[in-house]
Design a protein around this ligand. Structure first.
Ligand code: AR6
Length: 186
């Protein structure tokens, strides 16, 4: 059995923590921890591109560059269809490379930007990975707290959002999010 825990993040929004592979999620939108070029990479980004098929790469290429080589600046988000995924949408965001306390604001901005896009598209369920917690080196416990605080802050602006899920890959990120939720959420 995959570990799953449910919490309530607001009057209409559930928080679901689960351990697993986000590419298999049936959420309306899954979030990709991308890089600024948005053309794929390793980790969850590579897994999402493989599972979504070549259409995702083409859709990412079509996203306008804001400056040479940058389609999505750190802390921002862009949306594409999900192609071969169960999810209808992929929301690509770019977390910060961890550099201590200065990284908190851009990480919080990722979560807010994703939920803003979700609200604009009437998305009911969104699944996040542990943004920045892989090669970008963010300590999991700090990232978990920032993620939950940021999501809770913008809930009021996303009235159609019924469920925010975190799909955590492995025991350690799952344990970090569970600890943060038990401390911060009812
Ligand atoms: N499902 C859910 N989570 C996953 C999966 C999966 N299938 N695969 C890995 N993770 P990372 P970052 C977890 O490195 O730190 C890429 O090359 C992983 O265990 O994917 O934001 C991009 O192109 C970790 O907990 O993303 C960027 O260049 C979390 O996802 C760069 O890495 C994030 O790890 C972004 O680095």
């Amino acid at each position: 059995m995959t570990p799953v825990r449910r919490f309530s993040l607001g009057p209409q929004t559930a928080l679901v923590l689960e351990q697993g592979d986000i590419t298999r999620s049936d959420a309306d939108a899954i979030v990709n921890a991308a890089n600024e070029r948005m053309l794929g990479g390793g980790g969850v980004d590579g897994a999402i591109h493989r599972a979504a098929g070549p259409g995702l790469r083409e859709a990412c290429e079509a996203v306008a560059e804001v400056r040479p080589g940058v389609r999505c600046p750190t802390g921002e988000a862009r949306i594409t269809p999900g192609f071969d995924l169960k999810a209808r949408w992929v929301i690509h965001t770019v977390g910060p490379v961890y550099r201590g306390a200065a990284s908190a604001a851009p990480l919080a901005s990722c979560y807010r930007s994703c939920l803003r896009l979700a609200a604009e598209h009437g998305i009911g369920t969104i699944a996040f990975p542990a943004i920045s917690c892989g090669v970008y080196g963010y300590p999991r416990g700090e990232a978990a707290e920032i993620s939950l605080r940021s999501c809770r802050e913008v809930l009021a602006a996303a009235p159609e959002l019924r469920e925010i899920r975190f799909v955590l890959f492995g025991d350690e990120p799952y344990a970090a999010w569970l600890q943060a939720a038990e401390a911060l959420v009812r």
